[in-house]
Design a binder for this molecule. Structure first.
Ligand SMILES: *Cc1c(COP(=O)(O)O)cnc(C)c1O
Length: 478
């Protein structure tokens, strides 16, 4: 892009912006099972109005913008109460689940720096289902990740497995409610007991379920306790930009009490300039997301959310039952909320996904890892309600089309070398050569992703990572 010498008229600006969207996934129709949590046009209007009316207020300084201080306190108080934190629980507003998780990991790390100064490299135990954001946090904050497998049938972590991974340097345990991958709830009560016994910090990642599970419980769904009512839970993350339908980025990080949260706050008094006191990772930040979150929560209200939850619950039951009836498909686990994972032992799931997506759906691929096979993920959201029958009908068609497809020649020929490919020290040229072989040349992505996903799926995780980094590094150039 080059700056136009003279400013572009507003109508041209908007037309150009609209044009950029032409190849985006069409989320407004309700056939996208992820990425966008759309509350529908009426609520969207409220959100947009609130967002833009606070666009310029700056969360950098909540003493200058007291409105934002009030909003943040109200949102945190709501979160603490929703997650049964009692009067001591506190929290802050963040830009998303990742920021909430980075902050909780930072708070835990700095808490143990004081409490256990003997630990040089703190360790965090992560079940393979813990969200990637914890790896990012550990990477940024220099914690060592100790990974543990989940049960191959339930896809939940067992506290016994976690216990065996504890070392004298362990500081933090993590459980999810529910896990993103299989949509099941880890045994938080068992993990809480272990955390108390070993003096460790337990974080419940309720980015997905924190807001919605309490509603599912009210509808009679049997969900185990996962929140601050469980002894041993020190912190939690709960996204508002998922099942609370607030615009992105809106999330809450919550702590059992102030003395834990203290280690989250960053202040800098030793530079020449204004004093920095940040609750979150971001410093200058728009008041828009906070105002919009407050507006949406209050506009939809408790009964409104209960009603949305009821519809989603019915939709999930219908979709899961439908998937189980399709020959060749099976659920990886019975969904405990609104996240559905299914696979096939005989049919290439990446081909099913491409077929579905070519019909205007968006369903998400997940590569195999550890004891979890390659699968399809669906996050069922309010806008998907009403599409259940059509989804299943098309899925059945696409599954039989995929079943009739021969396995790609490329994959068959490459498979023997892919398994042990070591790219840790590969140069960009070598990686580019490989990408070209897989049909990923130059910029942009091909129409069909099945071959590429197939290749990635055969690679060890370290090689996947090297390829993805190289690919994206090349993608974002002029
Ligand atoms: C979405 C999600 C996250 C990360 O949240 P972002 O808002 O994408 O940064 C973390 N954990 C779980 C379980 C999630 O579903």
């Amino acid at each position: 892009m080059k700056l136009p010498e003279h400013g572009m008229p507003a109508d041209k600006v908007f037309a150009a912006l609209e044009d950029f969207r032409k190849n985006d996934v069409k989320w407004k129709e309700g056939r996208v099972f992820g990425y966008v949590f759309d509350p529908g046009e009426k609520v969207r209007e409220v959100a947009q109005k609130a967002y833009t009316s606070f666009l310029s207020e700056n969360g950098l300084d909540f003493t200058v913008f007291q409105s934002l201080q009030i909003l943040e306190k109200e949102l945190a108080a709501f979160g603490a109460q929703h997650l049964r934190g009692g009067k001591d629980a506190v929290g802050n507003f963040t830009s998303g689940g990742t920021e909430s998780i980075i902050l909780a990991v930072k708070a835990a790390r700095d808490y143990y720096r004081v409490k256990r100064p003997d630990i040089v490299t703190p360790e965090i135990i992560l079940p393979t289902t813990a969200h990637a954001a914890f790896y990012k946090a550990a990477h940024y904050l220099a914690l060592k990740v100790v990974q543990v497998s989940v049960d191959p049938v339930s896809f939940k972590v067992s506290a016994e497995t976690v216990r065996q991974a504890i070392t004298p340097d362990t500081i933090m345990l993590v459980g999810s409610a529910p896990t993103y991958s299989q949509g099941v709830i880890d045994p938080i009560a068992d993990l809480g007991k272990l955390a108390l016994e070993k003096n460790l910090w337990l974080h419940t990642d309720a980015c997905m379920g924190g807001f919605l599970l309490p509603y599912f419980k009210r509808l009679g769904e049997p969900a185990p306790d996962f929140d601050f009512s469980v002894p041993g839970v020190s912190s939690m993350s709960m996204d508002l930009h998922k099942y609370a339908y607030c615009p992105k980025g809106a999330s809450l990080v919550l702590y059992k009490n102030k003395s834990l949260r203290k280690h989250q706050i960053f202040a800098c008094a030793n530079w020449i300039g204004y004093t920095i006191i940040n609750n979150a990772v971001q410093s200058s930040k728009s008041g828009g997301p906070m105002a919009a979150a407050w507006a949406v929560l209050n506009h939809i209200g408790d009964q409104g959310y209960l009603e949305i939850a009821r519809k989603k619950l019915e939709a999930v039951k219908k979709i899961s039952a439908g998937i189980e009836k399709i020959p060749g498909l099976r659920l990886l686990a019975p969904p405990q909320m609104t996240l559905i994972a299914f696979t096939s032992d005989t049919i290439n799931v990446f081909q099913i996904i491409d077929e579905m997506n070519s019909l205007g759906w968006y369903i998400q691929p997940a590569l195999s890892y550890d004891n979890s096979p390659a699968h399809v993920h669906l996050s069922v959201s309010a806008s998907n309600v009403g599409w259940e029958d059509k989804l299943i009908e098309d899925l059945e068609k696409c599954t039989s089309i995929a079943a009739a497809m021969p396995e790609g020649e490329l994959l068959t020929s490459l498979r023997p070398m892919l398994k042990d490919l070591d790219l840790t020290n590969a140069t960009d040229e070598e990686i580019n050569g490989l990408l070209a072989m897989a049909g990923l040349e130059g910029q942009g992505l091909p129409e069909r992703m099945a071959e590429i996903n197939g290749v990635l799926n055969e690679l060890p995780a370290s090689a996947r990572k090297a390829i993805l980094v190289s690919f994206v590094n090349d993608l974002f150039v002029q």
